[in-house]
Design a protein around this ligand. Structure first.
Ligand code: DC
Length: 405
């Protein structure tokens, strides 16, 4: 089951509380759209409304909604007015099961009480304003949702349990052994695992999770903020605070990596960032945080992850584990071509030393070192093309899970 649950409804309807409960019960990721908007803007919602007006807030909200469009297995709590835009209503329905949490205006007013951070509520007559907003939005909530639940007489626990029942009922036929749909691809620097993972994922219609990009994001942000690369506590804290997302693109276009909403896909590939990522990836608490996130993403199923420790640490239960290798000369050649295509100037000897050094660090780190998982298949890509490697992996996995190949 790789659907999301989207909670819509007025302020005071319990979207956040119920969303968190549901995520806890199911292990799904919890996404609070308002919180993401605040992080992007660096301001509270009340400040956005006061400083820039409602339309600006709606633009940010729509932008964040587009960014999370490739989420799977998440519980998403939305802002009350998100349904005002037709394109948002469509995006919400595309995300998964949309649940409208409803309650009469009197109940909402009582739950909200005196909250100064609700920019759309007039302080003098909140009930009147809530009644008017509910009146304006009822049809839009109804049009957007698959399920309508009145929360008046129920506790958040009861509502969460009810949504869970509904989920199982609707998706029971789709439940499958999640580990049979997880492909783990590990291997040394520039062995071709990322390109392979990307193409295999496209072929199978799976999500590609480039775990190296997450370590790169931490190093990149640390460099920008001037955090020393030996300050382990600060780096672990940074890893914990970053919002890293993959946004899939249609056809053969490469996916994008968003760091706190900013597209850093190319920036994190710069040679300087590669060099600084290795020491960052050595830090046990940075790894613990990123491994936790990677595992959470992996357990949504139907994904291809590439890295160093996927088959040994992140998802040792994955049915499909590949260990990709290639000769040093071949790996230098591939990285050279890649850097040139990306417009980064490189010196071949420096590249050789970088690869050797990063290989060494990958193999000796105390946590998450590069190791061959006992049940992994070794794939030597030295003499074969990327397309041939993709064929081998996609035929094995696709033949088994019945994905298009
Ligand atoms: O695969 P890559 O070159 O983008 O990885 C960047 C760095 O992150 C590299 O130094 C190894 C490290 N890494 C890791 O330690 N564990 C992973 N699962 C993925 C990458």
């Amino acid at each position: 089951m790789d659907t999301n649950v989207v909670l819509i409804g007025m302020m005071g309807s319990g979207k956040t509380t119920i969303g968190r409960l549901l995520a806890e019960k199911t292990g799904m990721e919890f996404i609070d759209l308002d919180e993401l908007v605040e992080r992007r803007a660096g301001m509270t919602i009340a400040e956005i409304f006061q400083g820039h007006g409602e339309e600006h807030f709606r633009d940010l909200e729509s932008q964040v909604l587009e960014e999370i469009a490739s989420s799977r297995h998440a519980v998403i709590a939305t802002g009350g007015g998100i349904v005002k835009r037709a394109e948002n209503r469509q995006l919400l329905r595309d995300l998964g099961l949309v649940v409208w949490l409803d309650a009469p205006a009197e109940v909402l007013a009582e739950r909200i009480g005196e909250d100064p951070d609700r920019p759309l509520l007039s302080r003098s007559q909140p009930l009147k304003k809530l009644t008017q907003l509910l009146h304006e939005r009822r049809d839009l909530y109804a049009e957007t949702s698959h399920i309508h639940l009145d929360t008046t007489e129920h506790t958040p626990e009861e509502i969460a349990a009810r949504i869970l029942e509904e989920l199982h009922e609707r998706y029971k036929d789709e439940e499958e052994d999640v580990f049979a749909t997880i492909v783990a691809i590990d291997g040394p620097v520039a062995s071709g695992k990322s390109s392979l993972a990307k193409k295999v994922a496209k072929r199978l219609g799976f999500m590609h999770i480039d775990t190296g990009a997450m370590y790169r994001c931490v190093a990149f942000e640390a460099m920008r903020r001037g955090i020393p690369l030996d300050d382990q506590d600060a780096l672990a804290e940074l890893a914990h605070s970053l919002d890293i997302r993959y946004v899939e693109q249609p056809d053969d276009m490469p996916g994008r990596v968003l760091l706190n909403g900013e597209d850093v896909t190319e920036a994190i590939r710069a040679p300087e960032v590669s060099r600084n990522t290795s020491p960052v990836a050595d830090i046990p608490n940075v790894r613990a945080e990123l491994v936790r996130l990677q595992r959470q993403m992996a357990l949504r199923g139907r994904c291809v992850l590439d890295g160093r420790d996927i088959g040994t640490v992140v998802v040792p239960e994955a049915h499909w584990k590949f260990y990709v290798v290639a000769s040093l000369e071949e790996r230098i050649r591939r990285r050279l071509v890649q850097h040139q295509q990306e417009g980064h100037a490189v010196d071949v000897e420096r590249l050789r030393m970088d690869i050797i050094e990063r290989d060494r660090r990958d193999r000796i780190r105390t946590h998450g070192a590069l190791r061959l998982a006992p049940t992994a298949t070794i794939l030597d890509t030295t003499g074969i093309s990327l397309e041939e490697a993709v064929e081998i992996v996609a035929a094995l996995v696709g033949g088994s899970v019945g994905a298009p190949s």
